[in-house]
Design a protein around this ligand. Structure first.
Ligand code: BTN
Length: 267
């Protein structure tokens, strides 16, 4: 089922229990990338909390220059804008808090537990159900903002994923065996995000790190982390106060990573 663009937007706004997110909500049938559209609005100094939802994206973007498969009627492609007064180094914590909001949302609807893989993949049964792309705009000639983009695999059937994703992606429908209402998922995510953001502004990063750590299976696992052209292996220990992943290396020293691609080693 496609979105009812106008009435979904009005109803969602009416029922949404948020302080900051959802000040305006725009539903569109098609866009290149919802993150890119938010960026254009930001240049025109739109206020915090604008939400854009698209039925399909023609150039959906993932992390590390990848694309995000965005077919209509099945997935959620949503971006919103936060305007916290933060330094670039604090973007990592914002990314983690969005991950917390997303995993809590998916766990409300999924019959099987979803968990976080650092920095911000959400997996069920080792397969990706949700991805996040958080981008900070901080330039002298532009207003500051953090663009939060989320893609959730909600109602895809296994055969609807392209071949290269079939073994690594899943959807809530695949896990549950029945389709679910995308609008309910959107409402839950926006309310969770609003709550986690407010908690972070009031209490700081320790609450984010604590909640993130409660929703991962990474700690204690042997992992390898690809950063640039290097690969480091070790045991995943914890997140530090900056949201970096701390590994216990094979030489007995600890090292904290602020970016990279983590794989769990099965050895
Ligand atoms: C990833 O895991 O690589 C991140 C995927 C993020 C995809 C979402 S879909 C909505 C928003 N618009 C985009 O172009 N990307 C994000």
């Amino acid at each position: 089922m496609t979105y009812e663009y106008e009435s979904d937007s009005i109803n969602l706004k009416k029922h949404l229990r948020c302080e900051r997110i959802g000040s305006s909500i725009i539903f569109l049938p098609e866009i290149d990338s919802t993150n890119d559209l938010i960026k254009k609005y930001l240049m025109n100094n739109v206020s915090e909390g604008l939400v854009v939802v698209a039925e399909t994206q023609t150039a959906g973007r993932g992390r590390r220059g990848r694309s995000w498969h965005s077919p209509p009627e099945t997935g959620i492609y949503l971006s919103t804008l936060l305007k916290p007064n933060l330094e670039l180094s604090q973007l990592a914590i914002i990314t983690l808090l969005v991950g917390v909001a997303a995993v809590l949302t998916i766990n409300k609807f999924s019959n099987q537990n979803a968990y976080l893989k650092w920095p911000n993949d959400i997996l069920i049964d080792s397969k990706k159900v949700c991805g996040l792309l958080c981008e900070m705009v901080k330039k002298q000639d532009a207003p500051d903002g953090v663009i939060i983009g989320i893609g959730i695999n909600v109602n895809q059937m296994p055969e609807q994923f392209p071949d290269h994703l079939k073994s690594i992606a899943t959807s809530i429908r695949i896990v549950n065996g029945f389709p679910i209402d995308r609008i309910a998922v959107i409402q839950s995510f926006l309310e969770n995000l609003d709550h986690e953001y407010q908690t972070y502004l009031n209490e700081g990063e320790s609450s984010v790190i604590k909640k993130w750590s409660l929703n991962t299976k990474l700690f204690g696992k042997n992992v390898s982390i690809k950063h640039g052209s290097n690969v480091t292996t070790g045991s995943a220990m914890r997140l530090d106060e900056l949201g970096r992943l701390v590994l216990l290396l094979d030489n007995g020293y600890e090292e904290a990573f602020d970016s990279g691609e983590v794989s769990i080693r099965e050895d």
